[in-house]
Design a protein around this ligand. Structure first.
Ligand code: ADE
Ligand code: ZN
Length: 340
């Protein structure tokens, strides 16, 4: 067993991919304040500390209400660029070599911000990070599931001219009461147009929502998925198909999916042979970027070095990357493990 300081050092340099990060959830209070000032927007808080103090939530809906309000400061392409760039700088510090970001276009188009404004700002930051420090990336468009299927279809149509910039579509926002089946036609169309698919399922929602995501939306990965453990047949299905789960430990504790990190089921997911990965979800709101999530599970669940290597490898295996790039990243993990 590694000592805590050695474990942290090992995590710090471990090459990894992040596969579940809402870019709007990386908006730190400092930047929120700056963008509000730049755009002449009045925030209901008079300091950065007051914003942070308002991050009091204990379920998904309470969090989402604050998160959508925070995104209101994003107005221009430069704002989206600056937010994404700040995340990428932070990701680089955490030895993130590849990242797959969610963005929520409806959060912006419903406020009168054009789809293209958000996309161009995010995409230019991703290209800059590739050029300046070699982080590779993919972008995933998420539909807000509390809105209608028709609104999701209209959003998909806005994305069609930009297909080369968006690898997949996903489903996020309020899970309970908005089952995957509501979006079957949209996902059918997205797949026909060449997009891969993912969906948040089994975060607050029941295992049945995970079945629906697999059977009706034909997803490649399940985002969260931790409630799969309530259904043995579902676990068998996920293991047999090698379907990855993008697990977000600190998020799950903050939103009381688990009471404490010690209660998190990540170690059980791995023990059952599920391809679990570790991710930050909304790092500005949930208390940490990727390495903080790795540290939390390593310490809270007594994960050893081999488990951390498995998690890093799972992240690259589950990525939407060509086989040769996956192999190169996996070789980086092996080289790091051999030298450390
Ligand atoms: N949007 C941002 N973070 C989310 C989460 N954890 N679940 C559902 N929707 C989200
Ligand atoms: Zn999420």
């Amino acid at each position: 067993m590694l000592r805590v300081s050695d474990l942290r050092a090992f995590i710090a340099g471990l090459p990894k991919a992040e596969l579940h990060i809402h870019i709007e959830g990386s908006l730190e209070p400092e930047l929120m304040f700056e963008l509000a000032g730049r755009n002449g927007i009045e925030l209901p808080y008079d300091s950065v500390e007051a914003i942070r103090a308002a991050y009091e939530f204990s379920n998904l809906q309470d969090f989402l209400d604050i998160y959508y309000a925070g995104a209101g400061v994003l107005q221009t392409e430069q704002d989206f660029h600056d937010m994404t760039w700040a995340y990428l700088l932070r990701a680089r510090e955490d030895a993130v070599r590849h990242t797959e970001l969610f963005f929520d276009p409806q959060t912006h188009t419903d406020r009168g911000i054009a789809f293209e404004v958000a996309l161009a700002g995010i995409d230019s930051a991703l290209q800059r990070a590739k050029t300046e420090f070699g982080i590779t990336s993919r972008l995933i468009l998420c539909f807000l599931r509390h809105l209608s299927a028709e609104a999701a279809m209209a959003t998909l149509e806005q994305a069609l001219p930009h297909r080369e910039k968006i690898v997949a579509v996903g489903l996020d926002s309020s899970e309970l009461g908005h089952p995957p089946e509501k979006f079957q036609a949209v996902f059918d169309r997205a797949r026909a147009e060449g997009f891969l698919t993912v969906a948040h399922a089994g975060e607050e929602g029941p295992p049945d929502y995970i079945w629906q995501a697999l059977d009706l939306l034909k997803v490649e990965r399940i985002d969260h998925g931790v409630r799969c453990m309530e259904d043995d047949a579902l676990v068998e299905r996920l293991v047999a198909a090698g379907t990855p789960l993008t697990v977000c430990p600190l998020s799950n504790v903050k939103l009381r999916v688990f009471d404490t990190i010690e209660d998190h089921n990540l170690a059980h997911l791995l023990a059952r042979g599920l391809k679990a990965t570790v991710n930050s979800d909304d790092p500005s709101y949930f208390g940490g970027y990727l390495n903080r999530n790795f540290e939390a599970v390593a310490e809270g669940l007594d994960l050893d070095r081999d488990a951390l290597i498995t998690l890093a490898k799972n992240s690259f295996e589950a990525a939407f990357l060509p086989a040769a790039m996956k192999a190169a990243y996996l070789a980086e993990v092996d080289a790091y493990a051999a030298e450390d």
